[in-house]
Design a protein around this ligand. Sequence first.
Ligand SMILES: C[S@@+](CC[C@H](N)C(=O)[O-])C[C@H]1O[C@@H](n2cnc3c(N)ncnc32)[C@H](O)[C@@H]1O
Length: 341
Amino acid sequence: MSDASPSGTGRDQVDSTRLQRMARAYCDSALLWAALDLRVFTEVNAGASDVAALASACDITELNADRLVSCLLAIDLLRKQDGRLVNAPDADRFLVRGADRYAGPWMQFTRPDVPGWMNLTELLRSHEAPKPLGMYADLTVEKARAYHRATSSIGMGAGRRFARTVDLSGRTHLLDLGGGSGAYSIQAVKAFPGLRATVFDLPPVVVVTAEYLEQHGVGDRVGTIGGDFTADDFPACDAIVMASNLPIYDEAVIGGVVAKAFAALEPGGEMHLVGEMLDDDGVGPLDAALWGMQEILYHSGGKAHRRDQVRGYFTDAGFVDVRDHEFVPDVLVRVSGRKPA
Ligand SMILES: C[S@@+](CC[C@H](N)C(=O)[O-])C[C@H]1O[C@@H](n2cnc3c(N)ncnc32)[C@H](O)[C@@H]1O
């Protein structure tokens, strides 16, 4: 029998480096946020190509710039090219202020949650019953505006991807459940000329949705309904998308929403649920597990759902041709189904 261990001892090499790295993983978030606050990627993109130039552009001391650059090089947010500092490709695309794809607000979205995560042990010990709407129970228009400043900075890209990968050319009315900024509807009506859409979201949110619809010039083709998708009825439609709200609710709620969606669809209509999902065996991806855990901070009943569970909500409701598709690998999955004609 061959010996696969590097040491040739027949035993796996086990050391503590992975655990030590994990114990300080919070440093990655702190570095990313500080670099965003100081506009490091924006300044590097504009030509600050060494520590001294960056120190001056960001108004920090050279000592602190040197510390920061060492860390950002090590975590591959900055790189060295011919001795000059440059942004890593993803940092250059998404972290430069003013650029079309700037996603800084999304990267800071969970920053206020840090104290909650550092209190995780206590939260896990709680035996209190979950609150039905979690963080959305006391939403105001102002809070919704700040929230969707972040989601829209990443959601418009996801919406574009949806419109590229799902052919809605024969459809006339898309219902966008929990549509938030309207990202999916905006991109869908832009891509499919015969389509109109309705964003269904909580009453304070649709005030903000209307602002995005105007800004994108689609106010005449996308309408809004203020309501609670766990409790209220849906309008008739021939296509439904529900994106990025799966971990906010438990199995019973999501199953109920999918059943209501089935009832609202015309025969032959289609539904797409895009969300962070665990694999069928429940082992990762981490992002899905973390969004499920995040709900503990808001005392909701939300949790991570597996792909096979989501397919089950669809088949239990009566959908056929139920499939899951990679949407953004390791981040988002799309489950689709069709109502029989
Ligand atoms: C993370 S955002 C996703 C927004 C949008 N679908 C996107 O992908 O950009 C989740 C949205 O679900 C909405 N939502 C959560 N619970 C809801 C409910 N019970 N009824 C209606 N909308 C809800 C929230 O208000 C929020 O706009």
